[in-house]
Design a protein around this ligand. Structure first.
Ligand code: GLU
Length: 510
């Protein structure tokens, strides 16, 4: 078994945008595959036609691309086990459902929706609040276990709508070793007889996931913890279909929790607390409702991926910043925690900040392009890169380069003159008039030369340079912010610096 080529899969249902937990599942699959020189498959589980949402598959594909976690096989790319969309594999599944019926592990159920509803109502009045089609209930329903063989044949021959259900054994313990949780056991009596094949001939998730993991030679299946309760059904199916020796090793990944640790992080928590929960913006095609994504919120994919890796995993050394190749090398599924990981948006922003600082200035300049275009600012890539380099230490997001450095691209539209006026004197006025003239003949326009000249002029006029720097800053950027003032002047260059002093003085004197 251990000699087999590692094959993992991400098997989303195309029902909407991708939650960050889903992307983390992709990531862990990807890391494991790369680490073992294995293959990573994207399989679209679209057998539930009622939940199908147009655009969701394309969104998933784009999301994987944005994150740099491209699958080796997928509906788009194809591969040796195509098709990779379950709806296109529909004819394949019935034979396995029939085999299960023939071997006594599954049965036909002819109950109509009305009969099922009547059963639920009757059970509820008896005090059973979550009635399920299980070992007790099945005995009172219309299925191939309660009806005689001739009736069943007749119903089938007439094409009576029916489903195929697994026949859960009475009182067995089903156990398996989860790569994260260790030994996990279930009592079969607590699990209902899940539908395997629906009346429309489509398999349910339970049958399709087992058949496809088998046919696609999947060796390790990593999926969210919410699937743990379904695992006894899947394990029994592997066993009943005679494939148990081929069964993948399972790892059920811990939930991503709300910031306060109380329950699973949902899309609504993001809306409520003001942060994204989806990887990218998602617009519901039915309602038009927009759910914000990390990408559009200004996250760099590398930072997003690094942050996700740390939600439930660490390498034990305290290191937090890992490149993707480093993660491939260091990741270990057995070091993933069992407990849920609390989502902390400030920490997510910290990761993004770290990556912004690491990103070459020219790349940041390219990322800032759309923002500049929106502001109708014309800049050269070199100048934008220069500005990005000056302010990136203060930024959590690419857009914040603008917030922290807009005055490099346009003159201030407001001036914080209130900070200057109360202490403004004719001597200061005279200083700045002289300073602007002096700058006109300054041959070396560097921060250092400017600072020296500024201090010298202040000394000549008997003024403290410290008291002059704030007005100078307000003239150049409009407020009390920005990098060192002489660096700002150097970056703005001679002509612009002089013009801003003139404009600034007019504002102060207005
Ligand atoms: N289609 C399931 C989902 O939407 C996949 C679960 C699994 O990976 O087995 O999450």
């Amino acid at each position: 078994m251990s000699q087999k080529k590692v094959r993992v899969r991400f098997a989303p249902s195309p029902t909407g945008g991708l939650h960050l937990g889903g992307v983390r599942t992709v990531l862990f699959n990807y890391l494991f595959a790369r680490q073992h020189q294995g293959e990573f498959v994207l399989r679209i589980e679209d057998t539930d036609q009622t939940r199908f949402v147009p655009g969701a598959e394309e969104y998933i594909v784009e999301c994987l691309r944005w994150c740099g976690l491209e699958p080796d096989e997928s509906p788009e790319k194809g591969g040796p086990y195509a098709p990779y969309r379950q709806s296109e594999r529909k004819p394949l599944y019935r034979q396995y459902a029939e085999t299960l019926v023939a071997t006594g592990h599954a049965y036909y159920a002819f109950d109509t929706p009305e009969e099922l509803e009547a059963m639920r109502e009757a059970e509820k009045t008896k005090g059973n609040h979550s009635p399920q089609y299980n070992q007790q209930i099945r005995t009172g329903m219309r299925n191939s276990l309660t009806l005689d063989a001739a009736t069943v044949k007749e119903l089938l021959d007439k094409g009576t709508p029916h489903v195929v259900r697994i026949k859960m054994p009475d009182n067995e313990t089903v156990s398996f070793t989860d790569m994260i949780r260790g030994e996990v056991s279930f009592q079969t009596s607590t699990v209902d007889d899940k539908v395997l094949l629906k009346a429309d001939g489509m398999p349910t998730y339970h049958l399709a996931v087992v058949v496809d993991d088998y046919l696609m030679r999947i060796t390790h299946a990593f999926r969210g913890e919410e699937w743990l309760p379904s695992s006894p059904v899947h394990i029994l199916l592997w066993r009943y279909l005679g494939w148990e020796t081929e069964m993948p090793q399972w790892a059920h990944l811990p939930l991503i929790l709300k910031p306060d640790g109380n329950g699973k992080l949902s899309k609504r928590d993001g809306d409520r607390l003001g942060f994204p929960v989806y990887a990218m913006n998602w617009t519901d095609p039915k309602t038009g409702e927009l759910t914000k994504g990390f990408r559009e919120n200004g996250f760099l994919p590398e930072a997003f991926v690094n942050m996700l890796a740390m939600l439930g995993w660490n390498d034990g050394s305290g290191q937090e910043i890992f490149s993707l190749p480093e993660l491939v090398e260091k990741f270990s599924i057995t070091r993933v925690h069992k407990g849920g990981a609390k989502f902390d948006y400030d920490k997510a922003k910290w990761f993004n900040h770290e990556y912004i600082v690491k990103t070459p200035d020219a790349e940041l300049a390219a990322l800032l392009e759309p923002v500049l275009a929106e502001k109708h600012v014309i800049s050269t890539p070199e100048y934008t890169a220069l500005v990005a380099g000056l302010v990136k230490e203060r930024c959590h997001f690419v857009n914040e380069i603008w917030d922290h450095g807009f005055f490099f691209f346009q003159r201030p539209s407001t001036y914080d003159v209130a900070s200057v006026k109360p202490k403004w004197t004719p001597e200061k006025q005279a200083f700045f008039e002289a300073w602007s003239v002096m700058l006109g003949s300054q041959t070396e326009f560097t921060a250092e030369a400017l600072e020296n000249g500024f201090k010298q002029l202040a000394a000549d006029k008997g003024l403290k340079p410290g008291e002059l720097q704030l007005p100078f800053r307000i003239m150049l950027c409009g407020g009390k912010f920005g990098p060192p003032v002489f660096v700002i002047a150097e970056t703005l260059r001679q002509k612009e610096t002089i013009e801003r002093i003139v404009l600034g003085l007019a504002q102060i004197n207005a």
